[in-house]
Design a protein around this ligand. Structure first.
Ligand code: MET
Length: 421
């Protein structure tokens, strides 16, 4: 049971006043700074749905403050939909890793994105400017206008011109799901002017990139992926300034897409190994990207300049055959686990995107997306090699096309990734 000690574990920025510490240190200590004082080592899990209080007048005032302004104080949360101390530890830690004032956690990445759209929409800023590709369900949520938004899709160069008086958000993902295309986030942020930029940082993680340092006001994660890291917890989180966080807490309270405390515990635990996992998985991905780029059965390889655990590649043969052929690598959607996963975006992660839009965004029907885990790289290659099938005698040598892909592969070929620097 999490004790309500007055150390405000459910105040997201509770330990943001501590001096700047390196990412590896924050990963294992942030969100846990009060534990020694409490006589604990492992973070406690608070499963309470409600919190007793004999002070109804005080609770009324606190509910007013929370509902009207998203304000959190040092007291217990009243009811689990307002907040939870275990979840707040994860929020504190993630905000520290992303270098933001606050973070607000949700039941999933899609619940987190929905809350952002609702916050902006409630200020009558319903228009969103977005750059493809995004994760398929993010694209679908915007395109279908399911929460009342209207989207204008643009190339990065078209962002400034697409902004209107009612634009409430610019949304990008870099490296993008699933093509791994990279954007210059500082340049994108400049093009946004005063409109908040939301950067989906799920693929990079704060280990490789901290979008807030480049001017993104909102940093989105599907926490299900690298933050959790073990494929056993669903969650989402937005790292941002406290002003936006208050709006997000109000929406979370009103709509109920809260993160379960056990998930909060697992995500906090996942963060402690995030830097080590991302670096090890990146080394595997860089090596596989290099081997794939040299393979005649592969048409094109996409690997980000910044490195990372994701690699995408277009096969000359049948992509479904590769999915059916892997034995060590798990043929499943999702990413960021300790074990390797592979999926066919046109069939799964980007199925809900209109086929023409999908192809125009570079998501070809022959594209496969692999999330590299921590296995031995030679075992992974043996599995991929077998799944790719026999080498036809007549086919050409592969090429790495696209500037990011080509640059990334040159980096990979040198055995260099951003994570290793
Ligand atoms: C339900 S499909 C996708 C899940 C996850 N966001 C992915 O890109 O793999």
């Amino acid at each position: 049971m999490e004790a309500n000690t007055g150390t405000a574990p459910h105040t997201p920025s509770a330990d943001s006043a501590s001096p700047s510490r390196a990412l590896a240190t924050e990963a294992v200590h942030a969100g846990r700074d009060d534990l020694a004082e409490m006589g604990l080592h492992a973070p406690p899990i608070d499963l309470s749905t409600t919190y007793p209080s004999r002070d109804s007048r005080g609770e009324a005032a606190r509910i007013d403050a929370f509902a009207a302004e998203g304000l959190v104080d040092d007291g217990p949360p009243i009811y689990a939909r307002l907040g939870n101390p275990t979840v707040a530890r994860f929020e504190t830690a993630l905000a520290r890793l992303e270098g933001t004032e606050s973070a607000v956690a949700f039941a999933s990445g899609m619940a987190a994105l929905t809350a952002v759209l609702l916050v902006r929409g409630s200020a009558r800023l319903r228009h969103v400017v977005a750059v493809r590709p995004l994760y398929g369900c993010s694209d679908h949520l915007l395109s279908a206008g399911l929460v009342g938004t209207e989207v204008t899709w643009v190339d990065p160069e078209g962002i400034a011109d697409a902004i209107r008086p009612d634009t409430g958000l610019v949304m990008v993902e870099s490296p993008a799901n699933p093509t791994l295309a990279e954007l210059d986030l500082a340049e994108v942020a400049r093009a946004c002017g005063t409109v908040p930029l939301l950067a989906d940082n799920t693929f990079a993680t704060p280990v490789l990139q901290r979008p807030a340092e480049s001017g993104a006001r909102l940093v989105l994660h599907s926490a299900t992926k690298f933050l959790g890291g073990h494929g056993d917890v669903l969650g989402g989180v937005v790292a941002c300034d406290e002003e936006l966080a208050r709006g997000l807490r109000q929406v979370r309270f009103a709509t109920g897409g809260v993160l379960h405390p056990l998930a909060g515990y697992l995500l906090l635990r996942g963060l402690s190994t995030l830097p080590v996992r991302v670096r090890a998985a990146s080394a595997n991905a860089a090596e596989l990207a290099r081997r794939l780029a040299a393979d005649p059965r592969v048409e094109r390889v996409h690997y980000p300049r910044m490195g990372g655990a994701m690699v995408a590649f277009e096969v000359r043969g049948d992509p479904h055959g590769v999915i059916a052929g892997v034995r060590l690598i798990t043929p499943a959607v999702s990413l960021g686990s300790v074990d390797s996963l592979i999926q066919h975006p046109a069939s799964i992660s980007h199925r809900v995107v209109d086929v023409e839009d999908r192809r125009a965004a570079g998501v070809s029907d022959r594209l496969l997306r692999m999330s590299c885990g921590l296995e031995d790289v030679d075992d992974l290659w043996r599995d991929l090699d077998r799944a790719l099938g026999p080498v036809p005698v007549t086919i050409r040598a592969p090429t790495a096309t696209g500037t990011a892909a080509a640059e990334g592969l040159r980096g990979a070929a040198r055995g260099r990734t951003a994570a290793a620097n």
